[in-house]
Design a protein around this ligand. Structure first.
Ligand code: FEO
Ligand code: CA
Ligand code: CA
Length: 652
């Protein structure tokens, strides 16, 4: 980063901007803005926290009612291959799977079947969590857009994923296909800016543009780095791992880095040794396949590191430990394209949906995580150190040390954060945990022992920008009330829960690091009180109906944006139509539908410019021809840019 860049960051310090100065968090941000900006790259934190970069005029002009747009109807056309956004707004495709990112990248071609080298230079598939990092000199018109690529679709290859049956009964895969699939995972960083006509453009050839894939070298850090359980034939030191997988939602740190989260990484591994599998909690408790090569991808047919069967004759028994090297947070500095991503292991290993920051008045922090599997838990990590505004050296490895907690939601509206700390509350050798490293490696098993509350698939967490109230989406859980380990409880109250719910809580004393909280159900998603025949399908929504909340996002004015992910072709989802983006007022609990997506997609990922006048959302795995919307082209996951036709703040 050039000195010139830092000077321009510091120059922003003179802007008289604290639009919500009567609120604790913004006061805090304003107080420390001087030192933060002098610290250089942490500027993006302002945009995230709702601090300094918006004109005060903008927020003063906002009406008292948070929701200022006219809602859109459900979309039930089975061939719908467009998006519809609220009247007075425009939504246009901005960045699709296969679009060029790096120099030399060819344009996307539907028939480029095994061109994995091209895929490494192009946008990955299944766009998910996302964040806009503003540049200081022009924050609302110029920034870096950072986008997760969660997984792949059959459309990646002209004939879909192909599998060969081998003589020994296992499945083979064409090498070119597998390499392309690995390259289509990970992350894109793209520089974006408005042109002279006010249209957002991607900056071709930007030095910031970057692809991180399922094979990018990254450094393991924290308690598990170099640990015996991380060593493999390919990495006998246990400190370097290739790639990140199933990158779902994300997080942002106050010091301006991006946190990739690894969700359903278990789907890429197989352990064929049934006895070993039965004894190995670190595989079994995470659902790694043990049925031949019947995981979804069968990449082990091409790359042995995805074969987690123990081979005693190989150093470190082959790659039996490879699945231990996924399920973490990967910290990336988007402003330094040469930096090596770091996998942080102090945060515990599970199928991590998100990593959502809450920053306390004293600069202590919590990061909230959902573990999106039926009956899994909500966690938070409290770093041992405080955020040090402007001191990048002090902040660099804050995620390497701290305390991981798991949530227990009590029926009386109280809740406890249970610490996953070796030697406490039965987390000892007698119960299978020989060290803190093993507690973190097998965080799910440790949480089981502590009596955490099994939840209805925890997805995103969002923190209110002023009150620090925390919201989590529990997307659905068809096992609820039907499996002994997932009984009905106050936080998960519906049997065969098809529509999901959103909970919210306040930490004791408004302190993100507190060990107790008060919680309530914000809403049960589902059909109207009168329309559903089955009481388990009835929601408590004040306004427009939806199912299966997934992405949650607070804008700086305190609007809660909700994106959905359900199978829109299922008969029980007929009333909901296509997947949706909605907006809720946390106080009145009114919910209004802002946008509907094309048939077959989920809507996910959401971010804004600091002034709230541009929003990006992701259309993941559309079913029919989006974004070409011609009824016949191959559908492509796509980032969509949304603006208001009069240039106003989105949603107001
Ligand atoms: Fe990738 Fe739980 O959504
Ligand atoms: Ca999700
Ligand atoms: Ca989902």
């Amino acid at each position: 980063m050039s000195d010139d860049f830092h000077e321009r960051l510091a120059a922003l310090d003179d802007q008289p901007v604290n639009p919500t100065a009567n609120t604790p968090l913004d006061e805090l941000v304003d107080q420390r803005r001087r030192s933060l900006l002098k610290g250089g790259l942490a500027l993006c934190a302002l945009g995230f926290l709702g601090g300094g970069l918006i004109s005060p005029r903008v927020l003063r002009a906002e009406p008292a009612a948070l929701l200022g747009f006219k809602g859109v109807a459900v979309q039930q056309d089975p061939q719908f291959d467009r998006v519809v956004v609220a009247e007075g707004y425009s939504a246009r495709p901005f960045f699709s799977w296969g679009d060029p990112v790096l120099p030399g990248a060819p344009a996307w071609r539907a028939d480029a079947s095994d061109d994995w080298r091209a895929q490494e230079l192009q946008a990955g598939d299944n766009h998910d969590g996302m964040h806009y990092f503003p540049f200081p000199d022009d924050p609302n018109d110029h920034g870096l857009l950072v986008i997760n690529h969660e997984s792949i679709n059959q459309t990646l290859h002209p004939r879909g994923l192909t599998f060969e049956k081998r003589a020994d009964g296992s499945r083979g895969r064409p090498e070119g296909e597998v390499r392309k699939e690995i390259a289509a995972h990970g992350l894109s960083v793209i520089e974006v800016r408005k042109d002279g006509a006010g249209q957002w453009r991607r900056v071709a050839g930007s030095p910031y543009n970057r692809r991180i894939t399922g094979s990018t070298p990254m450094q393991l850090s924290g308690p598990l780095a170099g640990h015996e359980s991380m060593k493999t034939t390919s990495d006998p030191g246990g400190r370097t791992v290739l790639g990140t997988l199933n990158n779902c939602s994300m997080g942002v740190t106050p010091w301006g880095t991006y946190l990739i989260c690894e969700e359903n990484w278990h789907q890429y591994f197989v352990n064929r040794d049934r006895d070993d599998y039965a004894a190995r909690v670190s595989h079994r408790r995470y659902g790694i396949s043990n049925r031949g090569s019947s995981n979804y991808y069968a990449w082990e047919a091409v790359d042995p590191r995805f074969d987690a069967t123990p081979y005693p004759d190989q150093p470190h028994a082959g790659h039996v430990n490879e699945p231990h090297r996924f399920g973490w947070v990967v910290e990336v500095d988007p402003f330094d394209p040469q930096s090596t991503p770091k996998k942080r292991t102090a945060v515990g290993r599970f199928c991590r949906e998100c990593s959502t920051l809450s920053l306390g008045a004293d600069n202590r922090m919590a990061f909230y995580y959902g573990d999106d599997t039926k009956g899994e838990y909500v966690y938070k990590f409290v770093p041992a150190g405080r955020y040090q505004p402007g001191d990048s050296a002090a902040n660099r490895d804050l995620l390497d040390e701290g305390t991981l907690y798991v949530a227990r939601f009590d029926a009386n509206g109280g809740g406890r954060w249970l610490p996953l700390v070796f030697g406490e509350n039965g987390l000892n050798a007698g119960n299978g945990f020989a060290s803190q490293a093993e507690v973190l490696l097998n965080a799910r098993a440790a949480a089981d022992l502590l009596g955490a509350t099994p939840m209805d698939r925890p997805e995103w967490v969002a923190v209110h920008p002023r009150t620090r109230e925390v919201y989590v989406s529990l997307t659905n859980n068809s096992d609820r009330g039907r499996k002994d380990n997932q009984p009905l409880d106050a936080a998960n109250p519906r049997k065969r829960n098809l529509h999901g719910q959103i909970l919210r809580w306040n930490e004791a004393g408004g302190d993100p690091t507190a060990t107790s909280f008060r919680w309530e159900v914000f809403l049960l998603a589902g059909e109207g009180e009168d329309s559903a025949a089955d009481e388990n399908l009835r929601g408590t929504i004040n306004g427009d109906i939806f199912s299966s909340p997934d992405s949650l996002y607070f804008d700086r004015a305190g609007r809660l944006w909700i994106e959905t992910d359900y199978e829109d072709g299922e008969a029980e989802m007929h009333a909901m139509g296509c997947n949706q983006l909605l907006c809720a007022d946390p106080q009145s609990r009114e919910v209004r539908r802002f946008m509907v997506g094309p048939r077959g997609c989920e809507m996910t990922g959401i971010t804004q410019t600091p002034d709230g006048r541009t929003m990006w959302v992701n259309i993941q795995h559309p079913g029919i021809s989006y974004p070409a919307s011609d009824g016949k082209s191959i559908p492509r996951s796509t980032t969509v840019v949304i603006t208001r036709d009069d240039g106003g703040v989105i949603g107001s």
